[in-house]
Ligand binder design. Structure first.
Ligand SMILES: [Mn+2]
Length: 322
């Protein structure tokens, strides 16, 4: 059976694949899934995978061993952009958008306006990996491709718990399991397992957490000094806001961490009712309704004063506070 990806790849001799900045599990899963599919089906094709720094636990994914983390001007017949919601979110280099005769974006972010030549964006899909699956011929998905697709779906659904997890999501995951992938170790190693340092850092963030607005909003932060003390990097901060959300009565969480000098980044998660995408968009960021982020041009310690009025406005608009 010819799939959409097979149609695109007809008569093509080179392809590049990239995801978004600071790649997460879905970004890696979708990029490596497509890489693996092309490697299996088109062994003659030159295919380069571009990935920024990611959590070492994902190194089992096929393609990570040869991935490039800098772009030096190569040209391709087609460039695939996965899980990337906007031009300024493209990983490794924004120039990759124009590195191909044609660009093809595969995504599930509601904020994606379709910046590539061709775009397949399903805002209701659980993950870019799920969108990718719909473009492949299921009969030709090998164990290695299945590992990647399963990883991406599992990661972006928080192990099949978030709202975007549909019956179709579960059917695809089940189909991937039928390829005999080691799903228990994939889940443990990439979702739950942390280094000792990361566990200590999480403890600090949770211990510092405050409850604001009738306990509806959980707020916490970490400084560069603290990250250095615990040997943490950007990837060690994944999941902080989700952990904060596991507190009775909390509707949304706000976690602030350092980026460049005198600026910071904010990660927000909502349980169900608050729209953190709307909130973060007002602050110059974006993302999903239940998971979003934004950069701020103030140090970590000063973010609270900038963020709280916007948080309060969102909680009022949603009716979570009076
Ligand atoms: Mn995603």
């Amino acid at each position: 059976m010819s799939s959409r990806i097979d149609d695109i790849l007809k008569g093509i001799s080179s392809a590049a694949i990239t995801g978004h900045v600071n790649p997460d599990g879905d970004c890696l899963g979708s990029c490596c899934g497509l890489y693996s599919y092309i490697k299996d089906q088109y062994p003659e094709m030159k295919v380069d995978l571009y990935l920024e720094e990611y959590k070492p636990a994902f190194r089992y994914l096929r393609g990570t061993e040869s991935a490039k983390n800098t772009y030096s001007g190569e040209k391709y017949d087609v460039v695939f952009l996965l899980d990337a919601s906007a031009v300024n979110r493209i990983g490794v280099s924004e120039e990759l958008l124009h590195a191909g005769k044609k660009s093809f974006c595969i995504d599930h972010h509601i904020s994606n306006k379709g910046f590539a030549d061709e775009n397949v964006i399903f805002p209701d899909a659980s993950s870019a990996s799920e969108v990718l699956y719909t473009l492949l011929d299921p009969a030709r998905i090998t164990r290695e491709t299945a590992e990647a697709i399963y990883t991406g779906i599992m990661q972006d659904t928080g192990v099949f718990q978030y709202k975007a997890t549909s019956p179709q999501t579960m059917r695809i995951a089940a189909e991937m399991m039928e390829k005999e992938i080691p799903f228990t170790s994939i889940i443990h190693n990439t979702f739950f397992s942390r280094t000792y340092a990361e566990t200590k850092g999480l403890g600090l963030v949770l211990n510092r957490m405050e409850l604001l607005y009738d306990g509806k909003c959980a707020y916490s932060w970490i400084t560069q000094e603290e990250m250095d003390k615990y040997g943490m990097n950007k990837a060690s901060l994944d999941g902080m806001s989700s952990q904060m959300n596991q507190t009775e009565g909390v509707e949304m969480s706000v976690f602030v961490y350092p980026s460049e000098e005198n600026s910071c980044k904010v990660s927000m998660r909502s349980i169900a009712n608050a729209n953190v995408s709307r909130l973060c968009t007002k602050l110059g960021g974006g993302g999903h309704v239940l998971a979003a982020g934004c950069p701020l041009n103030v140090p970590v310690e000063e973010a609270r004063a900038v963020l709280l009025p916007a948080v309060e406005e969102e909680l009022r608009e949603t009716g979570l506070i009076g």
